[in-house]
Write a protein that binds this ligand. Sequence first.
Ligand code: C2E
Ligand code: CA
Ligand code: CA
Length: 605
Amino acid sequence: MITESTVGTGPRILVVDDNPANVDLLVRRLARDGYCVHSLYTAVDLENEVDRIDPDLVLLDWMMPDRSGLDALVGLRTVRDSNRLPVIMVTALGEGDSVALAIEAGANDYVTKPIDFPVLRSRLNGALVRRMGVLEADTQNVELEAVVAKRTADLQRANTRLQSEVAERVKAESRANRLARTDALTQLPNRLHFTERLKTLSGRSSAEFEPFSLIQVDIDRFRAINGVHGTQTGDAVLCEVAKRLQTAMPSGELIARTAADEFSVLLPASAGSGPDAGLKIRGALADAFDIGGRRIVVSTAIAVTHSGPVPCDGDELLLECDAALQHVKQAGGGGLCQFDERMELAVRANLALKRELTDGLARKEFVPFFQPIVDFSTGEVSGAEVLARWRNPTRGTLNAAEFVQAVEETGLVDELFWAILPSACAQALKASPTATVAVNLSPSQVLDQWFPQKVLKVLTETGFPAARLEIEMTETALFSDIKTTKVALEGLRTQGVHIALDDFGVGYSSLSLLRELPISKVKIDRSFVSGILNDVAAAAMVRGIIDLCQTLGFQTTAEGIEEAAVARQLAEWGCTFGQGYWLGMPAADLVLTSPWLQHANRKVA
Ligand code: C2E
Ligand code: CA
Ligand code: CA
């Protein structure tokens, strides 16, 4: 009698039946179908046997003496669920409501005795197919869970990395932020930090506003310290000034280095009065500095201004402080000045003027005036200098001296230039076939790389010959960026435009440097010219410049000639051209006559 057939390679079936004949029959038939069949004659230890045999399906007899099929089924279901281990109950017909009980207890299906094998085969197959589906789903779930777990781990790792990167970046940003607001040399807050703080303090709401003082400390002639002792010593002086300021001012205020040789202090009213703080600072900086054994005395200009009791404009406070500082500087430096009402009026007037400039330019209120330039060799007016005039509807006609600085400070100087040049050229063209026109150029303009092209465009449009145009520029322009300036000037020179050096004598007066640039004329500043008859030094200087220029091949123009005797003297010394109120006032029209010719003729006669 065969009680077990484990040779089949198909699914593993466990047959549990107390009747050996039934078992034998089932084993045979199922083995023939290819199943791997195990059998038990009792269900007593079914849970453990199932563990041992690990069947794919159990065929369980309903009626058994030691342990009923139903009891065994209930026990089995506590360890194995119906999806993963299907149980088919084998019941005898007439065993009451056994089927309903079995299904309720967790049986998957049933067959009745005597067993109809095609039915059994079909139910076995159905149960096994369903189980297979469940197991496949299990495997997929396991795989899916593994993928999800891996992804989650990856994400967690990426997240950790990201968090540490974010933390690094925040750290780097705050470091960069700190560096951007710190002066590298003194480690004090820098100008950026200072202006931000000033804006915050001045712009607070009325309820939160606390009055404060703004104090600026400017080292007099700092360039000389650098020049005489070297930049290293200069740097050490700045660090020492920073230290003394910090010691002199109680903590809580902002002390910043706001320019190369300028420090600024913001002092809340609760921490003391501005003038007192200014005096304290002056005292702190009065003692000589000992820099590497060298004794250096530092003179400082200190300016103080106060916010007033209500929120204010930080920029205006800066202007006020600047005005007070200029006041000290003009008096020779080394002093303390508090911004006062008089200065306030000047600052307000300047602000008002600046506000009007844009409108004035838009309304074309700026016009060229022409001041004749006399050629001493012929006695005739050879051309004119173009001087800007502002026909202001309320203020009247303003001289350039009254507004040019404001124009420069507002960044409108280039606009002014292009507003004047075309009409100057057009007027000169109408007035004379040969007269030259000299226009003033601001230092900032030569740094515009398109400047020469723009000039040439105006010349083309007006038909004014390049050779009749002269550009006057001061030395400051030359020194700000010598390379760019040289390129611009050479560009103009090759087109035939002449370049003159304005206000010679008051700046660096470096003729050797001028030889590098395509300059053909030097204008001697009127501060020397006016004194040549009674100031020996001025006379020597003017004569020296004329001689030197002759040697180097530059023409000369003496500015500010207010009397005949001065003109005569200059002509005698060999000065090429003359300009001044006596030779001709600046006027709206280009006047081609001058008293000089008549005067010279009379002298000759
Ligand atoms: P600058 O180039 O030295 O021009 C000469 C200034 O001296 C002119 O003043 C002129 O009116 C004045 N002046 C002429 N002859 C005499 C004299 O015999 N005695 C005295 N005391 N003064 C005399 P202005 O027109 O007020 O110009 C002042 C400065 O403004 C000019 O000095 C020039 O640097 C600048 N400027 C004038 N027009 C322009 C312009 O269109 N653009 C730019 N960027 N600057 C200009
Ligand atoms: Ca000039
Ligand atoms: Ca001049």
